[in-house]
Design a protein around this ligand. Structure first.
Ligand SMILES: [Zn+2]
Length: 171
């Protein structure tokens, strides 16, 4: 094979791979938009439903950024901008849902929180700020610290103080 033929083949293969990646990313984006149709104004963060006013959620995330920076010297802006928020109506009139065989008020992963709520709730009554704290400890330290106050992880009394302050601000 000539050098030219090799180059042409490689370019074709590279173009194909790029096209494939492009298509996969587009499909992924479409799935995200379908699963989280409600934008949080001014941010790229999105919600699955309007369980709470989008402007209230935006204000809440801004307060998180501000307090997190003051307390932990970490800029949470980019992490929270990517956040996907899933609101789940609480089961049996309580602020819980079943996650497998566990009864939880919410849970968190990389850029995602899932929160149980009741129709009459204020944002501060839900586990929203608690789960966001898991997301941010993971972003800052690579450890969401599901053991909370048990020693050895980033979750400290400062985390709890910060969460309680946000909960009362949005109560
Ligand atoms: Zn937790």
């Amino acid at each position: 094979m000539t050098l030219l033929a090799v180059l042409v083949l490689w370019s074709a293969a590279a173009a194909f791979v790029l096209f494939f990646v492009f298509v996969v990313l587009r499909l992924q984006r479409k799935r995200v938009l379908q699963a989280f149709p409600v934008p949080v104004p001014g941010l790229k963060a999105r919600m699955n439903a309007e369980a709470f006013e989008p402007v209230v959620v935006r204000h809440a995330l801004e307060r998180v950024v501000s307090l997190w920076k003051n307390t932990f010297s970490f800029d949470a802006t980019k992490t929270l901008d990517m956040l996907k928020i899933e609101w789940v109506v609480g089961e049996d009139g309580e602020r819980f849902y079943w996650l497998g065989d566990k009864r939880v008020a919410g849970h968190a992963s990389l850029h995602y929180v899932s929160i149980a709520y009741l129709e009459s709730d204020r944002l501060g009554q839900t586990a929203f700020f608690h789960e966001v704290a898991h997301v941010l400890h993971r972003a800052q330290h690579g450890d969401s610290d599901n053991n909370h106050l048990e020693p050895g992880g980033p979750w400290t009394k400062d985390t709890e103080t910060l969460i309680n302050r946000l909960k009362s601000e949005f109560a």
